[in-house]
Design a protein around this ligand. Structure first.
Ligand code: SF4
Length: 449
């Protein structure tokens, strides 16, 4: 009888991608994925260290699993991801309910570690940085799952060491996967039904793979994916402003599949704060990138990330952030109050008062949400292209996304899943567009000769 694994994922798209790969790998040793925690023989928590109180959330979650299995047979409990990397042996000491702790660069060792545990109940933590091995191993595991929109990790880790961020410590140094390995994986995804590929990396636009004296960059990947029949949409995330090189920007001139939506975190509109954050670029450089892309295609829109109340942020700095938002009118952004992460340079700085940060966040979010709603409203009574991703359970409604990643809901038959259709937008709110199906699009016009 096969065993069942329940995987819970916190955090970014890269964790979602990793969780899928882990699930595929576990099939080899007889574990099938379940959506029902109660029936699980193995529970994996894939953790994220970016958000506030990340560590406490993990222990809280493990406590809930313990309660679920009270008076029942205990499942194998594994903590994976960035909190596992940062805490390692500490987790096994603090919470005896945890059996294994595994960092993101060691997933290729997960199966053998589980098998050992099943044999001798040997509790273990594996937190080596072995990215090359990991991708070579996981690459051999074929993903049979069919998803209309698929993540594809091309790069991991970070060498930039922004002063607030734990990623360089939890994911290790920048590593770019071999060019051909990525294209092979993209082809498999397309064979399984993917129409959209979202290239992932902590610094996705720092992608750099050297082979036979040639450097392959993100722009080369985009232009190669462009030629794959079956791929209709290409996206990439998350980018660093410093790596928005001309070759990448110029892809927007020629690519028909690269979506006109750039998520480019800036964090602050003040050069002083960017310097304190060690972001290694200026606001003006960011604006230059924006202007360049708008010059290429004025339909291109930007979204960003903002950290509010970073240590040293004065009224003037905050006002500069607001000015930037008003100037660029980001259509969809994330904003958070700064909170210190243990071990980072910024954690040693004097924090600013909480009530000041809260007040500033409110102002920033009003601005950001205002521009977001305005953009969404601009779609009303217009026809938009929507890639249909799935059916909404229990309703005769379909869910898809437009070019700008907005959620779109409309009535339609599920045989449209995987197609690009035209939808007339009838109503919008901050997060969703609602509409009526107009017609199915002929995908042949997307083909590149
Ligand atoms: S670029 Fe900065 S924020 Fe992004 S992962 Fe690296 S250190 Fe973190």
């Amino acid at each position: 009888m096969s065993k069942k694994v329940f995987v819970k994922t916190f955090g970014c798209q890269m964790n979602v991608y990793d969780s899928d790969k882990i699930t595929d790998a576990l099939k080899i040793i007889g574990y099938k994925k379940t959506e029902n925690l109660n029936s699980a023989d193995c529970f994996i928590l894939n953790t994220c260290h970016i958000r506030d109180k990340a560590k406490e959330k993990v222990y809280h979650e493990i406590g809930r699993v313990r309660e679920t299995f009270l008076n029942k047979r205990k499942p194998l409990v594994i903590v994976a991801g960035c909190v596992a990397q940062a805490e390692n042996t500490e987790m096994l000491k603090r919470e005896p309910y945890i059996d294994l702790v595994i960092g993101p660069q060691s997933y290729h060792k997960l199966n053998e570690t589980i098998l050992k545990f099943e044999k001798n109940k040997f509790k273990n933590e594996i937190t080596d940085f072995d990215t090359l091995e990991k991708f070579n191993y996981l690459d051999k595991i074929k993903n049979k799952k069919s998803k209309v929109s698929s993540f594809l990790t091309i790069q991991e880790g970070c060498d930039k060491f922004c002063h607030f961020c734990v990623v360089p410590y939890t994911r290790g140094p920048e590593y770019s996967r071999p060019f051909d390995q990525i294209l092979n994986e993209a082809n498999v995804l397309v064979q399984n039904g993917s129409k959209e590929i979202i290239l992932l990396g902590q610094n996705v636009n720092a992608y750099s793979y050297q082979e036979f004296n040639k450097e392959y960059r993100l722009s080369d990947l985009i232009m190669s994916l462009e030629k794959i029949d079956g791929i209709e949409r290409i996206r990439y995330t998350t980018s660093h402003p410093r790596d928005m090189t001309k070759d990448l920007l110029d892809c927007y001139k020629v690519s028909k599949k690269l979506m006109p939506f750039v998520h480019l975190p800036i964090q602050s509109g003040s050069d002083k704060i960017l310097k304190l954050m060690n972001r290694k670029h200026k606001v003006e450089e960011y604006i230059n990138t924006y202007n360049y892309l708008k010059g290429v295609n004025d339909r291109i829109e930007f979204s960003s990330d903002f950290i509010i109340g970073y240590p040293g942020e004065e009224t003037k700095d905050f006002e500069n952030t607001i000015k930037l938002i008003d100037k660029l009118k980001f259509i969809n952004s994330y904003s958070f109050i700064y909170s210190a992460r243990p071990g980072t340079t910024a954690s040693k700085l004097e924090p600013i008062k909480d009530e000041i940060s809260k007040g500033r966040l409110k102002i920033v979010q009003e601005k950001l949400f205002g521009y977001q709603k305005l953009k969404n409203k601009s779609f009303e009574n217009k026809f938009i292209d929507v890639l249909v991703e799935n059916e909404i359970q229990g309703q005769n409604k379909l869910f898809g996304r437009n070019e700008y990643m907005n959620s779109v809901i409309f009535e339609g038959n599920k045989n449209l899943i995987g197609n690009i259709v035209q939808v007339k937008v009838t109503k919008t709110n901050q997060n969703t567009l609602f509409g009526e199906l107009h017609k199915k699009k002929d995908l042949r016009q997307h083909k590149i000769e």
